[in-house]
Ligand binder design. Structure first.
Ligand SMILES: [Fe+2]
Length: 284
């Protein structure tokens, strides 16, 4: 244990993740040693009590630099300017308020599981993705900070354990994903599954914005553990993918494999606790 923070794990209601409570405000000390905690926690670390970031957003970037030397400036990553923080361009804004005005995702249908829980497993819950997976190279980690939480009954932030997902795959699926590459695509283009099904044909991509192949199984650089690395409807390329070398399209062999893998991969998901709650709404 470090004097700079105190770690408990796993996260309440989950089989993975950890909580790190810092001893001092970030403005007084950016603690070292958190990357090792993140790796040991399976890649998900909750750091409560960082409200000072709302007043001083540069602290989020300072904390990011503890996890690696390169923190990107979103002004140079083909990001809509309205989604780039006006004062700290290393921060991407995700909001349903102006100027970002990103529409909230649809509620699952039905909104609860048969036993009254929050749906997490694909395809009942859709929207699963790993942030910026269409970049080359993709980021190692993401840091999230909620300035204004969404309404309690929607906008939940869910996390799935890709390491546990790979470990739980039956042998025939492990064999199918060995050496396989997924084709990841920037969200919001004509190549999303919904837009391909809707018949969009404006699928041409600029040379700087092409879909990127990524290994379906990635080996964690610290723990050496294999993990599933995938997205689904909105962030794979459904014209030339979703997998390199398999039948493409929304109804092909690749689509069937992706649906099967994603269903396995989202059985062990965790939901961020909402303000005022003492436990996740549910987990599966
Ligand atoms: Fe995301």
């Amino acid at each position: 244990m470090s004097a700079a923070f105190h770690v408990t794990k796993p996260l309440a209601g989950a089989a993975f993740g950890a909580t790190a409570r810092l001893s001092k405000p970030l403005a007084d000390e950016i603690p070292a040693g958190l990357p090792a905690v993140l790796a040991e926690a399976g890649g998900l670390l909750l750091i409560p009590g960082l409200q000072e970031i709302a007043r001083e957003p540069e602290l989020l970037v300072a904390l990011s630099r503890q996890f690696g030397p390169e923190v990107e400036d979103y002004r140079y990553t083909l990001t809509a300017r309205s989604s780039v923080h006006p004062a700290v361009p290393e921060i991407l804004l995700v909001s349903n308020m102006a100027p970002v005005s990103k529409a909230p995702p649809r509620l699952p249908d039905p909104p609860l599981t048969a036993d009254g829980r929050l749906p997490v497993q694909y395809p009942h819950r859709v929207g699963w993705h790993t942030d910026q997976s269409y970049r080359r190279p993709p980021p190692d980690i993401s840091l999230f900070y909620a300035v204004t939480p969404a309404a309690r009954d929607r906008g939940q932030t869910l996390f799935a354990d890709g390491t546990a997902a790979y470990a739980a795959l039956p042998p025939h699926l492990k064999a199918r994903v060995e050496g396989l590459q997924g084709l990841h695509c920037q969200p919001g283009t004509a190549r999303s599954r919904s837009n391909v099904l809707a018949g969009r044909t404006d699928v041409a991509q600029a040379p700087t914005a092409r879909s990127q192949p990524q290994p379906v199984v990635r080996i964690h650089p610290v723990t050496g553990k294999p993990a599933l690395y995938l997205c689904e409807w909105g962030q794979m390329d459904w014209v030339d993918g979703p997998f390199v070398g398999l039948e493409p399209g929304s109804h092909g062999e690749g689509a069937a494999l992706l649906d099967e893998l994603t269903s396995y991969g989202t059985t062990a998901a965790w939901s961020m606790p909402r303000p005022g709650s003492t436990a996740p709404p549910s987990s599966a």
